[in-house]
Every structure is written in C-alpha cells, then in structure tokens.
Design a protein around this ligand. Structure first.
Ligand SMILES: [Fe+2]
Length: 307
C-alpha cells in the first residue's frame, strides 16, 4: 500500500525539466544552472517534507537526450524518497529515453492508478514522432529545432488518452505531461497544440487537472475549467513579472478523494541561485517579441564585440 493511503490523500512531488548533463557537457555558456547541484537541493527539501506516495518527473530529463545523461538521471532518481515515474519532454530522445530511464523504483509507466485517482502520463511529443517501416516509433530525422519545440499529440496519442480515460475505473483522472496546454508564458503559446486539447476535453469529463513543465516559468492557471500546474525547472527558471531569474524547484500535490487538488511550488537554494535581473534580450525572447534565431544572433554579436 502506498504510504499516503492511510488518510486517502495521494501525495505527489513533481520534478520537471531536470536537464541532466554529464561532467563533460557544456551547460549553455553558464546561463544554465548546475542541474546536479539543483537535484541535491531538491532532494534535501523532499527529505525534510511530508512522506510521498509518488514522484512524477515530467520530461526534459536529459539536456540533449544522450544515454550518459539518462544514466546520471536514473541514478539520481533512484535516490528519491518514493517510487518515481517519468514521461518524456522535447529534449528527450525516444529510444535513449526508453532504454535509459527504467530501473528498480524508476519507471516509464503510462498509467498509474492509486485509490480513486488515475494518473495518465501523456507523451506531448507524440504528434511529431515517425513510425518506421518496422513499426517502431522514433524521433523524426529532421528534428532541428527540437530543443525549442512545443507540444503535439497527434491522432494516436489523442485516441490513447480517450481510451484510457474510458477504461479506468478510477473516479478522477489527472494528466502528467511535459507541455501544459495553452500556458500563460508567451514563448510557449502554441495555438495548434491548445486546439488539440480543447477538442479532446469534452470527451474527458473525469480529468481534474494537468501537471506540466516545459516553460521554466512556474505557474498555475485554468484550462477548459480545470487547474493546470506548471512545475519549476532545474536548469533555469524565470519570473516574467519581476523580470528576474528564479531558483530551481519542484511542486508538491495533494489529491483528495473528492477530486480536488492542492499544489504548491517549492523553490530551493535562494543563496546559490539568486534572483538576478534578466537582460532586455532575454526578456524579449521570453515575451515572444523576438525569435530564438534573433536571440542567438544578438548573443553571437555580443560575443564577437563585447562592450
Ligand atoms: Fe526544459
């Protein structure tokens, strides 16, 4: 029996966008946090908190989807204080993710039922994957902008969500996924992806909410009448209103038997990762006023001719 079942509340921690690197990898010119150090800070906070039934990790596990990065992530996740289940993000590579994440206590299950709740782990990259002649689902050959890509369900994933929602005998369904539907963060707006979820929701009356990541902007908002929660990342986090960086962090959730959900953001290591003001060009990127290509040009120009 899961630990939280004593009072029928299901307690979950959500980690997201852990972006694990190996020591040999370059962490984006110093703009990214040391994600291994961020993991240790989160682990210490988890160990000091209430007992958990499950830890969900919602994608961008490995910074570049490489096998050694998954090995490091899986070793770290095996130290978490509850069973762990992960789903992929746009930085994850389909086959390396599948081969690299599972080990005792760390899984890639797509459905977990606990008490009156059913957790669905949706692959919000499914709509951009290709099916080979051998029937195997792979990353597309041309995945050039994958590091910045927003979500896509595609017809097969949408059909799977409907089927699982209808098949479960649980009263309440919660969706864990990398790309939250229609988040407030401007850079992650994607009308096509939002429309996919909007079309699905009338068929999913048991869905009580969403837990996602991707934006690196911790948030909660409402989508189609249910709450959507966005977890902090480990790699770098942004406060768009204050115009600053935020420390790394995670979320805690309590799932009640009546279908209600409470959730709080936990940021860790304020001294290690201070809330530095963001530069004008970073803010312009995060507000979607310039593209990634334009942002990269500005950075390259500055490197070539520093003031
Ligand atoms: Fe990410």
């Amino acid at each position: 029996m899961m630990r939280g079942m004593a009072d029928d509340i299901v307690r979950v921690a959500q980690l997201s966008d852990t972006h694990f690197l190996t020591d040999a990898d370059d962490a984006e010119g110093g703009f990214a946090y040391d994600t291994a150090a961020a993991f240790e800070a989160v682990l210490a906070d988890l160990d000091g908190g209430e007992a958990l039934d499950l830890v969900c990790v919602t994608g961008d596990i490995a910074d570049h989807g490489r096998a050694p990065q998954y090995a490091r992530a899986a070793e770290a996740f095996a130290r978490l204080p509850a069973p762990v289940n992960v789903c992929p993000g746009n930085h994850d590579q389909q086959l390396a993710f599948g081969a690299g994440m599972g080990r005792p206590g760390v899984g890639t299950s797509r459905v977990i039922e606990t008490g009156v709740w059913c957790f669905l782990f949706v692959d919000s990259n499914a709509g951009v994957m290709t099916v080979g002649d051998d029937g195997l689902v792979r990353d597309p050959d041309d995945y050039g902008d994958r590091l910045h890509r927003n979500g896509a369900l595609g017809s097969a994933e949408a059909a799977w969500i409907r089927a699982m929602h209808d098949a479960t005998t649980a009263e309440h369904v919660f969706v864990w996924l990398h790309h939250p539907p229609d988040p407030p963060a401007p850079l992650s707006h994607d009308a096509d992806y939002a429309a996919e979820w909007a079309a699905l929701m009338p068929d999913l009356p048991k869905v009580r909410g969403f837990g996602g990541g991707h934006t690196h902007v911790p948030d909660d908002y409402s989508f189609a009448g249910v709450p959507a929660f966005v977890s902090p990342a480990f790699k770098n986090n942004f406060d768009l209103e204050a115009g600053t960086l935020l420390p790394p962090g995670y979320r805690r959730y309590e799932f009640a038997t009546d279908g209600t959900i409470s959730s709080e953001t936990r940021l860790v290591g304020e001294d290690t990762w201070p809330r530095h003001p963001l530069g004008r060009s970073v803010m312009a990127l995060l507000r979607a006023e310039i593209t990634y290509a334009e942002f990269d040009e500005i950075v390259a120009r500055r490197r070539a001719a520093p003031d």
